[in-house]
Design a binder for this molecule. Sequence first.
Ligand SMILES: [Cu+2]
Length: 347
Amino acid sequence: MGRSWGRGGAKAFAVLSAPLCLGQGTSPRPGNIFAPASTPAEMIYGVSVFVLVITGIIFLAVFGLLVYAAVKYRRREGDDAREPAQVYGSDQLELAWTVIPVIIVLVLFIASARVIHQVQDADMPAGTVQVTVIGHQFWWEFRYPKLGIITANELHVPLSGTQNPRPTLLKLLSADTDHSFWVPRLAGKTDLIPNHPNEMWIDPRIEGMFLGQCAQYCGVQHAKMLLRVYVDTPEKFDEWVAAQKRPAAAAPPAGESAAAGRRLFETTACVACHRVAGTRAFGRVGPDLTHLMSRATLASGAAENTPADLRQWIEKPDSIKPGSLMPAMNLSAKELDEVTAYLLTLH
Ligand SMILES: [Cu+2]
């Protein structure tokens, strides 16, 4: 257990700290908040730099005056001990330190309100991709209602060109408690709240993988509720859509072990929690497994999707993600091999 938990821990730490790192991390810095790759993130980045500059100037001015006064009016050799003359009231001063801050606050308010309006009230063009995001303890469900796709933890969206924008509109729901969808390079955080649908949109202009993280504490495994957004070229996105729409083969998979694994999968509780389109598994408690092998990670980024980690996950989910809501099913070594062999056929 120690081995993989240590590995998972280090990985989770790396992913977690990625958004906070200025220049480190793998290029192209999949979680860097200072490298926006989509309009909402760009606008938020712009307003945050603006606020930082104004508050920075205020800080320098106030701190400079403080230091100046402390040095200039410090106690010197030969000063007498009497208090200096006291000044009471100055209309000019009071007017200045009331009006100037009010103007500054107004400017900051208007700048923020403008960005909020532009982000929240943006018109979505025809051809916008629609995705329903459902937060679960501790993973993400992604449903594309118009495309008939259900997947988990790794969102695929098309590249949005400046000439013909193709944004993705995310409708945010929760199956249990509050979560928050945050992919720093693509948009600000938006909460997923039970019985209160929220919306956000992204229009990524750079191809590649972007890291995200649940940003609202939602329970023991909140820290391992990572997510990935893959921004694909239109052609690659269409290919991905076509592949995801295919149900799993109705016939048992080739290979004795995989066929036995499928029988096992369909006769144990797996089917109560998981869906494999085209089979009799249609549970909704856990991630859709129809195209499990098209994902790079397992359990919301807690492990890589390798045969060894997959087997370990099924044997003992807690060894990878302590407190996860998938129970260990107490399968024998042979049964584990078989179920793993079956899952490996789910492309
Ligand atoms: Cu969370």
